[in-house]
Design a protein around this ligand. Structure first.
Ligand code: ADP
Ligand code: MG
Length: 257
């Protein structure tokens, strides 16, 4: 059996008095594409941030393992995870590109984590890396935009650049936090199709927080749902019945359904 991509054990996080994650347990295996859903404020982003050690759990707040390596245990971050963290791509709702740099350079930034430190600081990229970046752009369908400044692109195009940057990291695991929440419906659909293709063709694990359950149903087989920081559901998405969904989103704003 292959090593799980992600193992989360009894993960708990409190901000002040507010228990944001409570005893979360799950495993995600290589090649899965999992939707992380739940009302706004249920802890989805906080959970995703814990997976790569951007946030530390409570002192006795459980553990996270990523691709067979400890990321954190009991509120302590493991030092040894850096390469694994580099091989885990993170995609943000707001793209996080450097607007004044070219699209190609933004994609090359994905390479920095795997370069020796001196070369990374100089930001010197080889011809091979540039060719690799152009291939990544071709894969997300925007090779023609390589030399434009990133801040001239549409939201959908910017998110494609962010995905190309993750491809440059050679990431086995891709974590995406509301990657389509700022996009118009058509761009949202295109970005989901690209992520689904990368998952299918490369076997990369994808975990994606989503606002719209309909989108999750269309693209993901498995859903993990949080409610008030607790694991409310984990299973095949078709087992999320209307009754369960109604209960998941009860007390939440109507616009979230
Ligand atoms: P979601 O992504 O599901 O909307 P979040 O993970 O962003 O939820 O937030 C879950 C809860 O944790 C919210 O109540 C939010 O206000 C709180 N929270 C998140 N980050 C912090 C922080 N750094 N300090 C205090 N509270 C936080
Ligand atoms: Mg969020």
């Amino acid at each position: 059996m292959s090593i799980p991509s992600i193992i989360v054990e009894r993960l708990s996080k409190t901000f002040g008095q507010h228990a944001v994650l409570r005893d979360i347990d799950f495993e995600i295996h290589p090649g899965e594409m999992v939707a992380l859903i739940g009302p706004s404020g249920s802890g989805k982003s906080t959970l995703l941030r814990h997976l790569i050690g951007l946030t530390r759990s409570d002192r006795h707040g459980g553990r996270v393992r990523l691709q067979g390596r400890e990321v954190q245990v009991g509120g302590r971050l493991a030092r040894a995870t850096r390469p694994e963290r580099c091989r885990t791509g993170y995609i943000f709702q707001q793209f996080n590109l450097v607007g004044r740099l070219s699209v190609l350079t933004n994609v090359l930034v994905g390479r920095l984590g795997s370069m020796p430190r001196g070369r990374a600081l100089l930001g010197r990229f080889s011809e091979e890396e540039r060719a690799m970046a152009r291939r990544a752009l071709a894969r997300v369908g925007i090779e023609a935009l390589a030399d434009q400044r990133a801040n001239t692109l549409s939201g959908g195009q910017m998110q494609r650049v962010a995905i190309a940057r993750v491809l440059m990291q050679d990431a086995n695991v891709i974590l995406a936090d509301e990657p389509i929440a700022s996009l118009d419906p058509r761009s949202a659909q295109e970005v989901m199709q690209i992520l689904a293709r990368i998952n299918e063709e490369d076997g990369r694990t994808v975990v994606i927080t989503l606002h719209q359950v309909e989108v999750a149903r269309r693209f993901c087989r498995r859903a993990i749902a949080l409610k008030d920081g607790r694991l409310y559901f984990d299973g095949p998405i078709e087992a999320l019945t209307d009754a369960r969904l109604t209960a998941l989103y009860e007390n939440a704003g109507l616009d979230e359904l």
